[in-house]
Write a protein that binds this ligand. Structure first.
Ligand code: G4P
Length: 193
């Protein structure tokens, strides 16, 4: 997605070896007009797939996911990272290990929001090692629902996430694919949309 790549080049900051900071439009402050376009691009791509739910994980997946859900006219569900006292029964959970933070956390979705007839589009802001998306796939499978595809806003292709998901039979569609960071600059590979 050309507009997204241009925005990354303009406003993204490379931190250290492998982190891209995009807090001015995606992970902290949110540019709703860009998110809306991202939602439209994902929706156009999956309009014929019969998607019934969009699933993401809090926090930064929510913005692109909600606009994708709006464009498809389906509900958006976000997995929660903290245990919530109002979530009392029928909770589906998965363990997610964060290489960045080196901690394992339990993520959850109330089972009542997913059913075996659901065809789910998973959306997330970043694909790095793929642990978050893997956890979401696990939860969706526990509900007996199917994962149609995984839509990613920014993929870091030099990390192992895509391989992990594709080896599990998932279809991954990324709007921007970062091949490498070179002298503090982003180098893109060919995106999927
Ligand atoms: P994984 O989900 O692909 O396995 O990624 P990893 O464990 O490496 O990353 C953990 C967290 O760091 C995730 O957010 C992920 O989106 C984020 N992340 C990974 N690489 C980058 C990057 O280059 N830039 C930025 N800005 N974030 C990155 P989180 O902390 O779990 O969630 P959130 O609450 O920030 O959304």
């Amino acid at each position: 997605m050309k507009k997204l790549e241009e925005r990354i080049l303009h406003d993204g900051n490379v931190l250290g070896e492998n982190i891209l900071k995009v807090d001015s439009f995606l992970t902290h402050q949110v540019d709703f007009s860009l998110m809306k376009e991202i939602g439209r691009v994902f929706a156009d791509r999956f309009r014929e797939s019969g998607i019934t739910k969009v699933v993401t994980i809090e926090a930064s997946g929510i913005a692109p996911a909600v606009y994708t859900a709006e464009a498809l006219g389906v509900p958006m569900i976000f997995a929660k990272k903290a245990k919530n006292i109002t979530m009392t029964e029928g909770i589906l959970t998965a363990e997610v290990y964060s290489f960045t933070k080196q901690v394992t956390s339990t993520v959850s979705i109330a089972g009542k929001f997913l059913s075996p007839s659901d065809k789910v589009l998973v959306i997330d802001d970043f694909l790095a090692n793929g642990q978050a998306a893997k956890g979401l796939v696990e939860i969706i499978r526990q509900a007996g629902a199917s994962v149609e595809a995984i839509g990613i806003v920014i993929e870091k292709s030099f990390q192992s996430g895509r391989k992990l998901l594709e080896d599990d039979g998932q279809r991954v569609v990324s709007l921007a694919r970062i091949e490498k960071f070179e002298n503090g600059k982003v180098v893109f590979g060919k995106a999927d949309a």
